[in-house]
Write a protein of this length. Sequence first.
Length: 158
Amino acid sequence: MITFRLNGAARQADVPPETRLAEILREELAVTGAKIACGVGRCGACTLMMDGRIVNGCLVMAWQADGAEIVSPEGLDAIPESRLVKAALSEENAFQCGYCAPGFTMALTALFCENPGAGEEDIRAALEGNICRCTGYHSIIRGALAAADRIRAASGKE
């Protein structure tokens, strides 16, 4: 039995210790925002925040999540930076199919929470672990840069 906080609420799951966190969320708790795609930590579709840091949910085992604070894509609206990121990505039509959108949004939210003054180089570095098969990434970068401008303005770091 593991216990953790998910999007601010206490949760528990009775799973083998080697069960992947993304599987626990999707299969045991019906929290499906983080996707399982590559399963080896290369695509970013399963991106979560664990104890304030970005992790690949397909690489975190149950025993590692025990006692952790987890934020899934469903919990992003509680984070002000995320609301700005989502709005900017939407206005730039950043995604076509949307399968990768939660991972990109998680990565950008974590970046801006840690560094509200992040610039384009920081954004590109933060997104290196995320793959989108539909776009040419230009619209995602435009949305991320627009979000950066809004976050800097909101934090007074223009």
